[in-house]
Design a protein around this ligand. Structure first.
Ligand code: NAD
Ligand code: MG
Length: 299
């Protein structure tokens, strides 16, 4: 019998068990390999079918979680891939790069803190140099640190969350314009939080609303140049973000209860949305937000 893959006819609600994570803490950025359980990035299940043959993709935060799953999927669909990550995430990045190479594609990891403008410009230049151009940009790196009370949300965190999530999306996309040609696809990563902000994620949720809005404006600006801009808005997904301050202990214990399916999503379940938006098959789709969130209702 062929192994189950993303095309198998199964009940989507029960496809994965509830995670029911033990309470665990890591410093930022979390290392996925040290999580219990380790998230599923589709290592054993994602099956490519040439949907991105010969494409060249840059994925920020592609060492782990959603970005890691996207990197594996893109490579199996035929793309060469550059991922970026922070210092300390080398182990996770090596895992992804080895799978990119197993898929027969070229891959490279760039260590870069995207909260700095000059670093963003340099990483885009380095990525385009390695890839020999750029067809797909996935802005996925993100910072989420839960803080209960407004009085305790530091000015430094508020600024840093915006620099990492919103400013970096602006700086990286602006720098990428020198390389993107007709047919290119930009995919930004928002969140269910863009519409349904948790009371302890004020800075984070506001950045995700901004990313949604920025993307819809930019989609209209870039359409005459043949470049598409779309957004994926994930719901609760079991990733390193959650165990490195992203949620409180209470929310971690109840992580599976936050959505209609009553179970956390796995990064593997997000990758096909990015593949669709990256591929030419979604050519008439721009300025859209694709919600992948376990059946939660959004505007
Ligand atoms: P993750 O921790 O696996 O990935 C996030 C990555 O962002 C990290 O691996 C890290 O390399 C990178 N990053 C963070 N700060 C950075 C900085 N200053 N410079 C460079 N890179 C930095 O977690 P994930 O959940 O896969 O996150 C990916 C994206 O998905 C984020 O934008 C996140 O906001 C979004 N998202 C996640 C969820 C969820 O429930 N996990 C829900 C909605 C949206
Ligand atoms: Mg990581």
């Amino acid at each position: 019998m062929p192994q189950e893959d993303q095309y198998s006819l199964v009940n989507p609600v029960t496809r994965y068990d509830r995670v029911e994570p033990p309470i665990q803490h890591q410093p930022e950025p979390g290392v996925q390999a040290r999580m219990t359980p380790v998230p599923d990035l589709g290592e054993a299940t994602y099956r490519g079918s040439g949907r991105l043959d010969g494409r060249r993709a840059l994925i920020t935060g592609g060492d782990s979680g959603i970005g890691g799953a996207v990197a594996i999927a893109f490579a199996r669909e035929g793309a060469d891939v550059v991922i970026t990550h922070l210092p300390g995430e080398e182990e996770d990045a090596a895992h992804i790069l080895s799978l990119v190479e197993d898929a027969g594609r070229r891959g490279r990891a760039i260590v870069a803190d995207v909260s700095d403008a000059e670093t963003c410009r340099r990483l885009v230049a380095d990525a385009a140099d390695f890839l020999g151009g750029l067809d797909i940009l996935v802005n996925n790196a993100g910072k989420q640190v839960a803080v209960d009370r407004l009085e305790d949300l530091s000015d430094e965190q508020f600024e840093s969350t915006f620099r990492t999530n919103v400013f970096a999306t602006f700086w990286i996309t602006k720098a990428a314009m020198a390389h993107l040609r007709e047919g290119a696809s930009i995919i930004n990563t928002a969140s269910l939080e863009a519409y349904k902000p948790a009371p302890d994620r004020l800075d984070y949720a506001a950045t995700k609303a901004a990313i949604n809005n920025l993307s819809k404006g930019l989609a209209q600006q870039l359409a005459p140049r043949g470049i598409r801009v779309n957004v994926v808005a994930p719901g609760p997904v079991w990733t390193a973000l959650q165990v490195s301050g992203g949620v409180s202990d209470e929310q971690m214990a109840a992580f599976d209860d936050e959505n209609t399916y009553q179970r956390s999503g796995q990064p593997a379940e997000l990758a096909p949305a990015y593949v669709y938006l990256a591929s030419a098959e979604s050519g008439y789709v721009s300025g859209a937000t694709l919600n992948v969130n376990g059946g939660m209702v959004t505007p």
